[in-house]
Design a protein. Structure first.
Length: 117
């Protein structure tokens, strides 16, 4: 199983980035996919989730209206489009794949996003 994040980097406040998480080794279509983020000294925070069945999405209040999560089953990839970035969005962003019954939970290695002028 592999989850490989990409697309992070340094961006000015108000700018945009698009993160990608390319996956392999499991049946992508039946997993809920989630982006988390973490800053030093803080717990990992859920940013956005896209459900396997139906594609419903959920967002943290702090990113609603600015971030969009999407998935492409043909490419086994999940995306996070981040617009109107703020300094407080600075974090390492992680991709997660999860399903239950039976329970499986996979993580990527993370990609750094830095929002600074």
């Amino acid at each position: 199983v592999q989850l490989v994040e990409s697309g992070g980097g340094l961006v000015q406040p108000g700018g945009s980035l698009k993160l990608s998480c390319a996956t392999s080794g499991f049946i992508f279509e039946i997993y809920d996919m989630t982006w988390y983020r973490q800053t030093p000294g803080k717990e990992r925070e859920l940013v956005a989730t896209i459900i396997s069945a139906g594609g419903r999405t959920y967002y943290a209040d702090s990113v609603k209206g600015r971030f969009t999560i999407s998935r492409d089953s043909a490419k086994n990839t999940v995306y996070l489009q981040m617009n109107s970035l703020r300094p407080e969005d600075t974090a390492v962003y992680y991709c997660n794949a999860k399903r239950e019954f039976p329970s499986y939970d996979y993580w990527g290695q993370g990609t750094q996003v830095t929002v600074s002028s």
